[in-house]
Design a protein around this ligand. Sequence first.
Ligand code: ZN
Length: 242
Amino acid sequence: MRVLVISDIHANLAAFKAVLDDSKGLWEKIWFLGDLIGYGPDPNECTSLLREFDHIALSGNHDWAVLDKLDTSSFNAEAKSAITWTRDTITPETRAYLDSLPSKLVLGQFTLAHASPRQPVWEYILDPYTAAINFEFFDTPYCLVGHTHVPIWFEETAVHSVIPYVPNYGKPTNLPENRVIINPGSIGQPRDSDHRAAYALLDTDNLVWEYRRIAYDVSKTQEKMRAQNMPSRLVNRLEYGW
Ligand code: ZN
């Protein structure tokens, strides 16, 4: 099966649509790794659009925060204000859908978790040390995570020995015999100094992974955020990809 692997849409409809256009005809199913809402101006629209497709979805920490399933005291002020705005904006239907999602699941050879297999809604896997520990917390050959908004591939070469690889965009790559933890990056709020929406294609039969990147009209999302008086730091960061 050919899968569109996406994460951290964060209510950014322009970015989500750009990814769907760019990947049209290349997949049969979506695997979404969580954080559908929070930060961006289109929570209901992004939820409806995702639900138009055959998909599997996880919930992330921002989804949990909006649903009051998570203590937000550690969120920064801007993230908190986005959570409050989102809480006031989502429809009962969006809320019920988000509430129905798990934060971790296993699909064949793949474990899917929003943040990490050890702590599915909270831990950030940004370095090989944290990745190495997390290999003990799933049983499948491969694990897909989001949450950091940074596309990266951690390959376990021996117990507690992990090599990180940065993406080679547009180059389909065979998954290795070694176990890997892979992050496709974020659609709606990339944080690797590249403003383009990040996503990946996965062929689960031939075990081939392809990182991809597509530019979208950032100003479209920014205008909607300004119209809702969202914090300017959240508005500005989209064009820098951080
Ligand atoms: Zn996120």
